[in-house]
Design a protein around this ligand. Sequence first.
Ligand code: ATP
Ligand code: MN
Length: 152
Amino acid sequence: MYDQILVPTDGSDTAEEAVEHALDLAERYGATVHALYVVDTNAMSLSLGGEQLDRIEQGHYGEMDEVRERAEKATGYVADRAGELGIDAVEHVSAGRPHDMIANYVAHNDIDLIVMGSHGRTGVRRALLGSVTERTLRSTRAPVLVIDSDNE
Ligand code: ATP
Ligand code: MN
């Protein structure tokens, strides 16, 4: 049923909790885990042109060292945890609106399950779901497992 599991991660504690659920399922199903970090062009103060977005997709960050660091830390965490458990993992970084890029990745990589956090880095706890999770639910027909963090 589940062969390709996507964990979109912004590197937050809640996303890291979702990673544990994704890995447990991957282990049971013999699935591959895909870690996706989206450089959020909505949230960035500097506005990036289309060319720069393409370069990020190809792993060329130029002067954007901080962007690279944050992206690689988030996906690297998933790859490291997967490696410890002997689970196949794929890391990917893209740039754009997170829910669009998540839906896009799902469509192009035969993803059959998405596992993500209820909240992320910028979350207001009062809201039931963060905006990326809410928009992802509206943007894809793939099943989505939402992990609520117990950190208040
Ligand atoms: P908001 O961003 O709406 O202020 P928030 O940061 O608490 O609130 P979301 O951004 O919706 O909540 O984060 C929920 C989950 O979505 C995270 O745990 C993570 O799984 C995923 N996510 C959020 N941002 C990204 C991103 N830039 N790239 C990949 N996954 C992300
Ligand atoms: Mn967020």
